[in-house]
Ligand binder design. Structure first.
Ligand SMILES: C=C(O[C@@H]1C=C(C(=O)O)C=C[C@H]1O)C(=O)O
Ligand SMILES: NC(=O)CC[C@H](N)C(=O)O
Length: 881
């Protein structure tokens, strides 16, 4: 039996790493393990004292001598390398000249004879090799990110075996191919020194004086403006005496042509030949330091975490059984009508609304089919988590059929972290359905996750003090729901009942309310209007201050765009999704959630009730003071009409109110007909506003199918592929639709669809969700470094709900999450006190985030305009209030 080859991948925190490990695994039939360039494991026994970053650990009293630390690191690294047939030094942000950016990669090029291992450097890894061999590291005249270029090489025509050891040219037998570039920096071996084009034709395949050990294997010659108008960009090298090769382009990109795969195959053949000639074989005994390329599943982490004592909430909503009835959707009845008819007085609510479902509003591929309304939130079980805490809070609103207000802090260490807790919680309430159900959601989690939770998931420190204790994850376990199927024109009323729970009449009552809508057409809405008017008549106070809006400053935004471009030119990022916030302060409009009152207008009450109401209002300074036509619910109704979007939503949950017209799906997952779980992501990049000159899809396509926009999208596609590969594993990710332009109400968007197949066991859609936040389309690439830069450029302002996700995960395991954009939100605890005509008055604060991806090709005014275009829709709803 032949042994599977073993490859070690040194990860420099790129957002494409998992695509490379997938390519190596599938192409070479190899086992690939991953070691971060700064793995604390390399420091061995020094780790616990000298490298801990946990804020609670006290610094070591006397740090060990530096040389000792370095010797130990070196020894451990060499021992690790001996376990593999070959090493790949990955791409990443930053510069090969900066120690922190390359970490242990730097040690590779000076390994002693006996420790040598065959290496392929990719991008940053390639640059690190060039720098180690005497090359300079310069900046490209203009960075090339997501640019696809023909790689000029010699098909291995030059002398085979040049340099000792008979190492061949890895371009041997490779035809013409194009590859994707992601770099700002470049290896300088002296190719820029003036040389006639004729001389260059010969010279480019010989070692240059500055780097006698490096044989150039490939180039890109980029047309530039001005004198000396061809930039010669080194694309591949081999070392003349050591088993080192490197490529500047990205072999793993979805747009690198398959012909380029031969280069990787050739490299590995050469690597193995080198090993054979040396009698070098990997050491397999003992434990290595590297990890598997695919993450362990959340459920396995949950199962492994220390034994869990039984909690009171373990049994709640467990063993569910679905009860449901289906009624016709009355003509002309809209989702808000249903909400108002079914639960007019709820303090909290969640409405996921396919607001553009009506046939006339948009093209079928972007039209949502279902809308989902959660009811009974006051009684729902829920999980809340404030990022950074060591515990999550489980809350229950009902126990043994009685309303209660229970809340327990659950130490996360006992569950393997917050995501494992959520996965285990879901698993205990999973509903096994043999057939795909008629609705995407029958009950289960609904809620939101903030951008800051995503940051913490990828290891970006939130080390600025957070002045609030709001939930960053807020998921309610919904058991009573209404699903509107806009395609079939039916409404499903669903109750997911615990097997043991008593029977109830909610299903019939709710169905009857819907039927009465049917009988009287749009009665609910007109009643609502009448009630609104009556309610307005009970108002005596007028708001003393009108609305105040603060939008980003044009000049400031433009300079932030330029700053982003400086980071990109320096190689720190390839694309940065810059955003800014607009704040709107205005008199309080919704009732605070601590009251039992509703965000919807109240039905007329008896005199006595009104009296009580006023009393309780006057004791609370934050009571309603403006007409309900300005309530958040009214804002939502306006936004969904003005800007119908497939992922519109209204949430009032956990102290937050969100009104969204998102067009962007983040992640959906379901079971395919073969029974295998699969997931799909739809990153959006490339936006053009509809106007007289851009009115049709064909016109928009002409504008969006240009290098700048395509590159912007491609970068996020490769990033999303990486996120999915990390869970789905090698070879299980595909791109069925690349760079497709879609039409929305006020904009055209370029969208790509990336799909993944989940491993057969133990993984759920939650694994993918937890592994891919924050949404790559809102960060840029590489994700971690880009988020760190954006935190600085955006002044450490929290993006909060904006740039997070909203959605559901059904008890059956299906899920669908949208990116929270084109939206407005506020938190109940954020209020501003002002002196009004009648004394102190409290104002509520709404926030609207908007932005766009900045690349090296962006222009400050173009980006500013894009940001204001995206802001305009959500902002307009205030104008009408
Ligand atoms: C940043 C926003 O949108 C994101 C950025 C896009 C772009 O750069 O083209 C497109 C869709 C979103 O992923 C926003 O709406 O504020
Ligand atoms: N993709 C990469 O590895 C990029 C390397 C380096 N940060 C550059 O921009 O040139």
């Amino acid at each position: 039996m032949t042994r599977r080859p073993r490859i070690l991948f040194l990860d420099a925190y790129d957002s494409f790493s998992n695509n490379i490990t997938s390519l190596l695994t599938t192409l070479l039939d190899a086992d690939v393990s991953v070691l971060p360039i700064d793995s604390p494991l390399l420091l061995g026994h020094f780790t616990s004292t000298s490298t801990s970053t946990s804020p609670s650990s006290s610094p070591s009293p006397s740090p060990p001598p530096r040389n000792e630390v370095e010797d130990s690191l070196h020894a451990r690294f060499c021992a690790e390398l001996r376990r593999y047939d070959a090493l790949v030094c990955g791409p990443g942000p930053g510069s090969p000249l900066n120690d922190a950016d390359v970490g242990v990669m730097k040690l590779v090029w000076s390994l002693a004879e006996d420790d040598l291992v065959p290496v392929l450097g990719v991008c940053l890894g390639f640059q690190s090799l060039v720098a180690a061999c005497g090359g300079g590291i310069g900046r490209l005249r203009r960075g090339m990110h997501g640019m696809v270029r023909e790689i000029i090489h010699q098909q291995g025509n030059h002398e085979e075996g040049e340099g000792e050891g008979g190492m061949g040219n890895i371009f041997y037998g490779v035809g013409r191919f194009k590859a994707t570039l992601y770099h700002s920096l470049c290896g300088d071996v002296g190719q820029g020194e003036v040389m006639s084009d004729e001389a260059w034709q010969e010279a480019r395949w010989r070692p240059f004086g500055r780097c006698p050990d490096l044989l150039p294997l490939a180039w890109v010659e980029e047309e530039r403006d001005g004198a000396n108008n061809k930039e010669r960009i080194l694309m591949a090298v081999k070392h003349r005496t050591k088993p080192f090769w490197g490529v500047q382009y990205h072999p793993e990109s979805v747009c690198t042509e398959a012909e380029g795969n031969k280069v990787i195959v050739n490299w590995f053949r050469e690597a193995q030949r080198w090993n054979r000639e040396r009698g070098r074989t990997p050491v397999l005994e003992g434990e290595g330091l590297a990890r598997a390329a695919t993450r362990p599943s959340l459920l396995s982490r949950w199962a492994e975490a220390a034994s869990k004592e039984k909690q009171w909430w373990d049994v709640l909503e467990a063993d569910p059984v679905l009860h449901s009835v289906t009624v016709q959707l009355p003509r002309g009845v809209q989702v808000p009508d249903i909400v108002e008819a079914v639960e007019p007085e709820a303090a909290e609510r969640i409405v996921l609304d396919s607001a553009n479902a009506a046939p006339a509003t948009s093209r079928p591929d972007v039209r949502g089919r279902y809308s989902i309304v959660a009811t009974g939130l006051a009684e729902a079980l829920r999980i809340e988590y404030h990022t950074g805490d060591s515990y999550a809070t489980v809350k229950a609103g009902r126990l043994g059929g009685l309303p209660v207000n229970l809340s327990q802090q659950v130490p996360l260490a006992r569950y393997g972290g917050v995501w494992a807790l959520i996965a285990g919680f879901h698993e205990a309430r999973r509903l096994e359905v043999p057939e795909p159900s008629a609705t995407p959601f029958v009950g289960g989690f609904m809620g939101y996750i903030t951008y800051e939770q995503g940051l913490s998931d990828i290891g970006v420190a939130l080390n600025h003090p957070r002045l609030h204790h709001r939930p960053d994850i807020c998921l309610a376990w919904i058991t009573k729901s209404i699903v509107v199927d806009h395609l079939l024109g039916v409404v499903h009323v669903q109750h997911l009942r615990s097997n043991s729970s008593e029977s109830d009449t909610w299903l019939e009552k709710t169905a009857n309310k819907l039927l009465s809508l049917q009988v009287s057409g749009r009665r609910a809405s007109s009643d609502f209007r009448k009630e609104t008017q009556q309610f307005q008549h009970t108002k005596t106070r007028r708001p003393s201050r009108s609305i105040a809006i603060q939008t980003p400053l044009t000049k400031e935004y433009e300079s932030k765009v330029k700053l982003c471009q400086e980071y990109i030119a320096a190689g720190e990022s390839y694309e940065l999704c810059l955003t800014d916030q607009t704040t709107i302060t205005r008199p309080l409009s919704d009732q605070p959630l601590t009251n039992d009152s509703s965000s919807l207008p109240q039905p007329p009450r008896s005199k006595q009730q009104q009296q009580q109401r006023r009393q309780s209002s006057s004791s609370s300074p934050s009571s309603t003071s403006i007409p309900p036509s300005s309530s958040s619910w009214s804002l939502f109704k306006r936004l969904r009409t003005r800007q119908p979007a497939p992922f519109a939503s209204y949430l009032r949950l956990g102290g937050a109110t969100l009104v969204s017209a998102s067009p962007e799906r983040f992640l959906a997952y379901d079971r395919s007909t073969t029974g295998r779980w699969r997931c799909s992501m739809r990153p959006m990049k490339g936006t053009v506003r509809k106007s007289d000159s851009v009115a049709t899809l064909a016109q928009a396509e002409r504008i969006l199918h240009v290098p700048k926009e395509e590159a912007e999208n491609l970068m996020i596609v490769d990033l999303v592929r990486h996120d999915l590969h990390g869970v789905c594993g090698p070879g299980n990710v595909s791109v069925p639709h690349l760079l497709k332009v879609e039409e929305y109400q006020s904009v055209f968007q370029m969208v790509t669809v990336v799909e993944g197949q989940l491993p057969r066991t133990a993984y759920t859609g939650l694994d993918v969700l937890a592994a891919s936040l924050p949404p790559g389309s809102m960060t840029g690439a590489p994700k971690k470094r880009s988020c760190e830069i954006l935190r600085q450029v955006e002044g450490f302002k929290e993006r909060s709900l904006y740039s997070g996700v909203v959605g559901y995960m059904c008890a059956t395991g299906r899920g669908d999450w949208s990116v929270t954009i084109r939206s407005l939100f506020r938190w109940d605890d954020e209020q501003v006190a002002v002196q009004g005509e009648e004394g102190e008055e409290k104002l509520e604060v709404w926030r609207i985030g908007a932005g766009g991806a900045v690349t090296i090709l962006s222009t400050p005014d173009g980006e500013r305009e894009e940001m204001f275009t995206k802001l305009a829709g959500p902002l307009r709803v205030f104008g009408e209030a």
